[in-house]
Design a protein around this ligand. Structure first.
Ligand code: ZN
Length: 339
């Protein structure tokens, strides 16, 4: 961005206060409703079009954005035949010259399709049953990536309410990210004349190593995926009849995979899978590891201290004690009562 904002322009504490209230009073509720809708990505819901759930979550998000009445914000749901829909919004810039054809533009990105259910949920949790506990919202899709559209618009609201003059800001919220963003590029091509000069993309769809600081992702490993199938016979052969005559499908598959990867070390063999990692990326990776390690150690220290405290107070384990501590209104409850 060449139009730098003076750091005094935004009162960060005030913005944090405003955005936090917005989340507590409104957005968490929106995300609960979103979690309850199994809007799985097309790869996991081939009948997504008949189900209509991607349309539902996109419409719900669009209604919420519209209800915010952000000055200068226009939005539409864009639909190309046979492709998953996209929510596109545009907020006029209020900086001088911000809406000129070549003016620098910020693009916010997110997605509203979800990963499938998977297994391993705690017995009182599930993918489509939102639960808010200890400041964390459990359920499929809230963090990946339902929050993106709400975070984007809440940020714009915070700027506007402090009369900070933002550049032109766009939002593209797609619904096929978990299927490899297969529809995104055709939409970007179709919208290109309306995108203008995008010089900053904020992709609200990555991870965080702890909850104590803002995390930015500077690079991610790429991924190539596919389905490998080896076909030998159409029916099973009785033991003893066929070995040696019919090749093992596993042996064939191993040979194919061995062309790509050294099975002893995991090293990818084709040179095209390798590149020189820039020194600054290695430095960033080290700094990230250190920050995560520090956060993990702090969490471990807390748990150890908690164990000591619980033992001192109740001569019992933290799980049972924590439940008791969180309900101080019932001091008469005896430590012997179990769950
Ligand atoms: Zn995602």
């Amino acid at each position: 961005m060449n139009a730098r904002m003076p750091s005094s322009a935004l009162n960060a504490a005030q913005a944090l206060e405003q955005v936090s209230q917005k989340w507590d009073n409104d957005i968490v509720g929106q995300l609960k409703d979103y979690i309850a809708i199994p809007a799985k990505s097309p790869m996991f819901a081939p009948d997504w079009e008949q189900q209509g759930l991607l349309d539902t979550v996109l419409r719900n998000a669009a209604s919420w954005v519209q209800a915010q009445q952000v000055p200068g914000l226009k939005l539409e749901i864009v639909r190309m035949p046979g492709r998953t829909p996209v929510l596109f919004f545009e907020v006029e810039g209020t900086q001088p010259g911000a809406n000129a054809a070549d003016a620098n533009t910020v693009l916010m990105y997110g997605h509203l399709d979800k990963q499938p259910e998977f297994e391993g949920w705690r017995s009182d949790l599930g993918p489509w049953t939102p639960k808010y506990e200890d400041g964390k919202l459990y359920g499929r899709g809230g963090a990946d990536d339902g929050y993106a559209v709400y975070a984007s618009v809440a940020a714009v609201q915070a700027l506007k309410s402090q009369n900070v003059l933002p550049p032109r800001i766009l939002g593209i919220i797609e619904t096929a990210e978990e299927s490899g963003s297969r529809d995104l590029l055709p939409y970007v091509d179709a919208l290109r004349p309306r995108l203008g000069n995008v010089d900053l993309v904020i992709c609200l769809d990555s991870g965080a190593g702890n909850y104590d600081q803002l995390w930015l992702t500077t690079s991610l490993r790429g991924m190539a995926s596919g389905t490998l199938k080896v076909e030998i016979l159409t029916e099973g052969i009785h033991s003893g009849d066929a070995s040696g005559v019919v090749p093992s499908s596993f042996r064939i598959m191993r040979q194919v995979l061995d062309r790509l990867e050294d099975s002893a070390t995991g090293r990818m063999l084709p040179a095209s899978f390798h590149c020189e990692v820039p020194a600054e990326r290695l430095a960033q990776a080290r700094a990230t590891t250190q920050a995560v390690a520090t956060a993990t150690e702090a969490q471990r220290d807390f748990w150890l201290a908690d164990v000591d405290l619980q033992l001192a107070l109740y001569s019992t384990s933290p799980g049972a004690g924590a439940a008791r501590l969180s309900s101080p209104a019932t001091p008469s409850e005896s430590p012997a009562q179990g769950h």
